[in-house]
Design a protein around this ligand. Structure first.
Ligand code: PLP
Ligand code: ZN
Length: 482
């Protein structure tokens, strides 16, 4: 197998319902199970054929493909056989997603925490969040459906005010043709910044009075009755694309996951599902011989998954949706995660291989999330608030004796720092509304200072202005003459 060829292997993929166990063909566009409304996973019935190739051979194939000049294999489809091996080369949409860097923390930061950490910067995806991984897979599948059915029109719809709509609108605007993107938002409940990405991508932005849940109901009604592709995270193709995070982590460490702990913020729980599913696939094929440990992280203001797993005896555990309160980890502020059945399914499999310590959920406070984000970024990282949550989770795990500094904690920064800059501003201005319960460390507050006033400037000649301004900078910084 050479890297300049598109793979010839094809899978047979089926939707598999976690609610009722029924299976459905993938030449139809399903969002949830038409029989019971349950969430789907995608199952490749030809997966065992892949076992005829040894783990060592797979490692060589994936490593070779990392140097591929073939556009379709440059991103998440480098792992084609593990992803959606029903697509043709022409179906695959590549906008530069995946291959995000893993950046080791500086010695100073590790010394400060007593941990060994590294960030995987999923904010370095094209729309600046990991959602692009799932959209790349979802839109590639859509293009294959359009090609095979000869559809001349399909609407992609999502209810979201954040990263999902940004990613969906971006991929739709690139794919174009029969695909038209609609984003449904709660009227007056989104900031101009949250609107900017889908508007810039040219999506139809529709507003509905009410909250996110009202939009979601409208969108699900559309998906039940019309030919629209719903792109919220119940969509199983999105989960499949997000498995690439696990494949990339493993490849980064030369396929050695011993003593690695992966920290992932949990919102709707799609990402953590995908990461567990991805590592299990690699393990099943012998590409890795040891699973990493997975730590989900939730804020105490939105922690239904933490509460479920906080009960030690699996038989005693009960799942309860909860009412959330304000969270700086806004993209993870979800009281009833739609992928919870998926988490349970894969957590059991993970524990069956790696034991009880293989999958755990950590709870952190809003204060810890903010302090951690600020600390990470003052040490050369580009973490968003959810990335701060991952870091806070690792520190909490150390406190609880669950990790040691001999292990490497891989922290998922799910979006770019810049997307969540409002929270950094609130920290520096000490302007958090009380419901967040965050008190900034004012020693870290960072503000621009005006060196010279406009009034003073207007009294000075150009040369005097330059000299005087420079003198003020020298005085402020205490510079010595050379
Ligand atoms: C969507 C999102 C999350 C939550 O991911 P889930 O898959 O819903 O658990 C976390 N962080 C960011 C930046 C997101 O956009
Ligand atoms: Zn079902």
């Amino acid at each position: 197998m050479t890297a300049d060829l598109f793979p010839s292997y094809r899978g047979r993929m089926e939707y598999f319902c976690l609610g009722c166990g029924k299976r459905f063909p993938t030449d139809e566009l399903y969002y949830t199970c038409p029989d019971c409304g349950g969430v789907f996973l995608l199952d490749n019935l030809n997966f065992d054929e892949l076992k005829k190739t040894s783990g060592e051979q797979w490692r060589a194939i994936f490593d070779q493909r990392a140097a591929s000049k073939k556009t379709a294999l440059r991103g998440i489809f480098r792992f084609y056989e593990l992803m959606a091996p029903v697509l043709e080369e022409e179906d695959i949409v590549y906008l530069g997603e995946g291959n995000t860097p893993l950046v080791a923390s500086s010695p100073a930061l590790n010394a400060a925490t007593g941990l060994t950490t590294a960030y995987k910067n999923d904010g370095q995806n094209p729309s600046a969040s990991f959602k692009d991984r799932g959209m790349a897979c979802g839109f590639s599948y859509l293009r294959s459906l359009i090609r095979r059915h000869g559809w001349d029109q399909i609407l992609t719809v999502c209810a979201s005010t954040g990263d999902t709509s940004a990613a969906a609108a971006l991929y739709a605007s690139y794919a174009g043709g029969a695909i038209k993107s609609v984003v449904i938002l709660p009227h007056g409940k989104v900031t101009p910044a949250q609107l900017a990405q889908p508007l810039g991508s040219g999506a139809v932005v529709l507003e509905v009075p009410g909250v996110f849940d009202d939009c979601m109901k409208v969108v699900e009604h559309l998906a039940d009755n019309y030919r629209v592709a719903l792109l919220n995270s119940k969509n199983a193709w999105r989960i499949l694309g997000q498995e690439s995070y696990a494949f990339e982590c493993a490849q980064w460490f030369d396929w050695d996951m011993k003593d690695k702990c992966i920290f992932v913020p949990i919102g709707n729980a799609g990402n953590i599902t995908a990461i567990m599913a991805g590592f299990l696939k690699l393990y099943d094929l012998g590409v890795i011989t040891e699973l990493p440990r997975i730590f989900g992280v939730q804020s105490h203001h939105a922690d239904p998954v933490y509460r479920y797993y906080a009960v030690d005896d699996p038989k005693e555990r009960e799942y309860h949706p909860m009412k959330v309160s304000a969270s700086v980890a806004q993209a993870a502020m979800i009281g009833n995660p739609v992928s919870f059945p998926r988490v349970k399914y894969f957590a059991e499999k993970f524990e069956a291989v790696g034991g009880k310590r293989a999958f755990q959920v950590i709870q952190v406070t809003e204060q810890q999330i903010m302090d951690s984000m600020i600390q990470a970024n003052r040490n050369g990282h580009i973490a968003c608030t959810q990335g701060g949550e991952s870091f806070a989770g690792a520190k909490r795990a150390l406190e609880l004796g669950l990790v040691s500094k001999d292990e490497l904690c891989v922290l998922d920064s799910t979006a770019h720092q810049l997307k969540f800059v409002d929270f950094q501003n609130m920290y520096f201005d000490n302007s958090f509304p009380p419901e967040f319960g965050v008190k900034p460390d004012m020693a870290l507050a960072n503000k621009p200072e005006l060196v010279i006033s406009l009034e003073e400037k207007e009294t000075l000649s150009e040369a005097d202005f330059t000299r005087k301004t420079a003198d003020k900078v020298v005085a402020k910084l205490g510079l010595e003459k050379k």
